[in-house]
Design a protein around this ligand. Structure first.
Ligand code: DGL
Length: 274
C-alpha cells in the first residue's frame, strides 16, 4: 500500500526512529510531525500531553496515513492506550520494543532507565519490564535537562558531558546496571556522551531499531507493506522554527538522504483555532 506511515514526537527526538524506519523500510514513505513549538512534553501534565498528541495525530489522519508510530516515550506513556482504542489503523509506541530489547541484553538483571519526568513518573517502563520478567532490579531516573539541550543542538563537548554526568550520578551510585534504556527518543543523539559517562561495560538500548523492526512486522501482518519500486519522498513537519530542525535532520540523515526529504512548518488543528 502506497499510503505513508505517520511518525510523531514532541520535537527532533523521533527523527532517530524515523532514521531507522527509513533504513529498514526503504520503500515506505514517512510523514513526520515534531511539535517543537511546545517541546518539551516531559514536564507537562498527562492531560496536556494527551491533547497535543491527539492534535498531531489528527493532522496526520488528514493525510491518510496507514499506520502510526508514536516515536516519543512521553506520548507513548500517556496516550498509547487511547490511540489504540480509538484509531482504526495499527499503532505502535516505543516503550514495549525498548523493554523487550533491554531484557534481551541484560545478563545481571540490573537495568537502568532514563527518560523525561513524565515517562519516569508514569512508571510505564518498569511495568513493561516487570510484566515480562519479574526478577529484574530496575532503577529509573528523570533527566529533565537532556531534551532542551538536544533541541538546542548541544550533543557533545564539555558542557554536554557535565550535564549528563550530573544527571546520571544517582543512577551510577545505586545500581550496578549492565543495561541502560534510553527511555526518550531525544537521548540517542547524546549516546556517545552517555556511553562515555556510564562506561563501555553498560549496553545502551535505544528503542528505535526495535520499533522499526516491529513496525515492519505489523505492516506485513496487516498486508500494508508498499511493494512499489518508486522510492519515496518523505515529508517532515515541525510546529517550531525550521532552522534547528533542519540542522539536526542533517546530522541524523547525512547530506545525500536529505534529497529524499521535504521539511515544512505545520499548524496543528487546535493551534489554528487559538
Ligand atoms: N522525545 C520525547 C520522548 O521520547 C519527548 C521529550 C520531551 O518532549 O520532553 O519522551
Amino acid at each position: 500500500m502506497k499510503q505513508a506511515i505517520g511518525v510523531i514526537d514532541s520535537g527532533v527526538g523521533g527523527l532517530t526512529v524515523a532514521y531507522e524506519l527509513m533504513r529498514q523500510l526503504p520503500k515506505e514513505k514517512l510523514i513526520y510531525v515534531g511539535d517543537q513549538a511546545r517541546c518539551p512534553y516531559g514536564p507537562r501534565s498527562a492531560e496536556e500531553v494527551k491533547q497535543f498528541t491527539w492534535e498531531m495525530v489528527d493532522f496526520l489522519l488528514e493525510k491518510d496515513i496507514k499506520m502510526l508510530v508514536v516515536a516519543c516515550n512521553t506520548a507513548t506513556a500517556f496516550t498509547l492506550a487511547s490511540l489504540k482504542k480509538h484509531l482504526s489503523i495499527p499503532v505502535i509506541g516505543v516503550i514495549q520494543p525498548g523493554a523487550r530489547a533491554a531484557i534481551k541484553f541484560t545478563k545481571n538483571n540490573r537495568i537502568g532507565i532514563i527518560g523525561t519526568e513524565g515517562t519516569i513518573r508514569s512508571n510505564a517502563y518498569t511495568l513493561a519490564l516487570k510484566n515480562i520478567k519479574k526478577e529484574l532490579e530496575i532503577r529509573a531516573q528523570a533527566c529533565p535537562m537532556f531534551v532542551p539541550m538536544v533541541e538546542q543542538g548541544i550533543l557533545e563537548g564539555p558542557k554536554a558531558k557535565q550535564v549528563v554526568a550530573d544527571a546520571l550520578e544517582p543512577l551510577m551510585e545505586h545500581n550496578q546496571m549492565d543495561t541502560l534504556i534510553l527511555g526518550c527518543t531525544h537521548y540517542p543523539l547524546l549516546k556517545d556522551t552517555i556511553q562515555s559517562v556510564v562506561g563501555e561495560q553498560v549496553t545502551i538500548i535505544s528503542s528505535s531499531e526495535e520499533t522499526a523492526r516491529e513496525t515492519s512486522t505489523i505492516l506485513e501482518v496487516h498486508n500494508l507493506l508498499n511493494h512499489d519500486e518508486v522510492f519515496p519522498v518523505h515529508q517532515f513537519y515541525t510546529t517550531g522554527e525550521l532552522d534547528m530542525f533542519i540542522q539536526i535532520s542533517e546530522r541524523i540523515f547525512k547530506e545525500p538522504n536529505l534529497q529524499m526529504i521535504t521539511i515544512k512548518k505545520a499548524t496543528l488543528p487546535q493551534m489554528q483555532d487559538s
